[in-house]
Design a protein around this ligand. Structure first.
Ligand code: ATR
Length: 283
């Protein structure tokens, strides 16, 4: 039950019907008995600018931003956090009391917090990382790994120009060496990796499986996927069959929501098994 004093936040996307964020924030609102609401906001690309301008006018506390608006929203912010600037995209907007919009990006935070929660002994500084993909998700994952002390990075991507552009963007602020590899070269670059991350859509329901020979990975390597549908992707299943440690991608989604929820509703929420079950529940 909400009152006339309820704080209101939401998620802007197009389409937005697939978003799990209303379920995620709705779970936390109910658990903490907060007088607040978190709603899906279907905003077409041509309406993004007007929709963002209207957020303070409507008195919203803020919004999450999802596909396809994350990069375009960045240009419409009055201020940006350093991590949003580095990632080049915004996934969390805070409406400030003076009506200005502060753009943040919590995707990299969510990625790291998921690994830290599921593998408490894991450290970014343990060794080089191999990141599969060079899209928007890869930008967030790579930036967070470099900030957390990862000593070397290899990017594997089909479109090498896109991988080069990402490597150059990261090199603008990080001294960490970054190398590029093709998919054919990928099995050989796994040898020195402490962490393997899939940020491509391969392995997701309805997409081709990610077919990569993992036998070159060290037994101590950790394998993680940002795809969470299915929860155990073909990549994670293969890693597990080899006896490697794995972390699924659901937690990244859950943890990326924490900073926004705390800013909008004033409570630091937790990620646990009950939340995982609620967010995974059908439909
Ligand atoms: P996101 O924002 O979720 O990262 P994206 O920016 O569209 O989405 O990036 C998708 C990633 O998956 C890219 O790295 C893409 O590779 P290209 O840059 O070469 O396109 C990768 N990807 C998607 N489908 C792929 C496929 N069939 N084979 C190889 N890579 C694929």
């Amino acid at each position: 039950m909400i009152t006339g004093k309820a704080r209101v936040a939401g998620v802007i996307g197009w389409p937005v019907g697939h978003s799990r964020s209303p379920r995620l924030h709705g779970f936390w609102l109910a658990r903490h008995g907060i007088d607040g609401a978190y709603v899906p906001l279907a905003v077409a690309p041509e309406a993004l600018e007007r929709a963002l301008a209207a957020l303070p006018a409507l008195g919203l506390a803020g919004v999450n931003v999802t596909v396809p608006h994350k990069e375009h929203a960045l240009a419409r912010m009055d201020a940006l956090t350093e991590r949003a600037r580095r990632i080049g995209a915004v996934n969390t907007i805070l409406c400030q009391s003076d009506g200005r919009l502060l753009g943040d990006n919590t995707d990299g935070f969510g990625f790291l917090e998921n690994l830290r929660q599921r593998r408490p002994d894991w450290r970014a500084g343990h060794g080089p990382a191999v990141v599969l993909g060079a899209g928007g998700a890869a930008r967030a994952v790579c930036a967070s790994l470099l900030e957390a002390g990862c000593p070397a990075l290899t990017l594997v991507n089909r479109d090498q120009g896109r991988a080069r552009a990402l490597a150059e963007a990261l090199a603008a602020w990080s001294p960490v060496p970054i190398t590029l590899a093709t998919w054919d070269e990928a099995p050989r670059v796994l040898g020195g990796a402490a962490l393997l991350v899939n940020t491509t859509s391969l392995g997701m329901v309805g997409q081709p499986p990610l077919d990569l020979d993992l036998r070159g990975l060290a037994p101590s390597a950790l394998v993680t996927d940002i795809v969470y549908a299915p929860l155990e992707t073909p990549l994670l299943a293969r890693a597990r069959a080899l006896g490697l440690a794995t972390v699924d991608g659901l937690g990244m989604l859950l943890h990326q929501g924490r900073p926004g929820f705390e800013a909008w509703f004033g409570v630091a929420p937790e990620v646990d098994d009950a939340l995982r079950a609620a967010v995974l529940a059908e439909p």
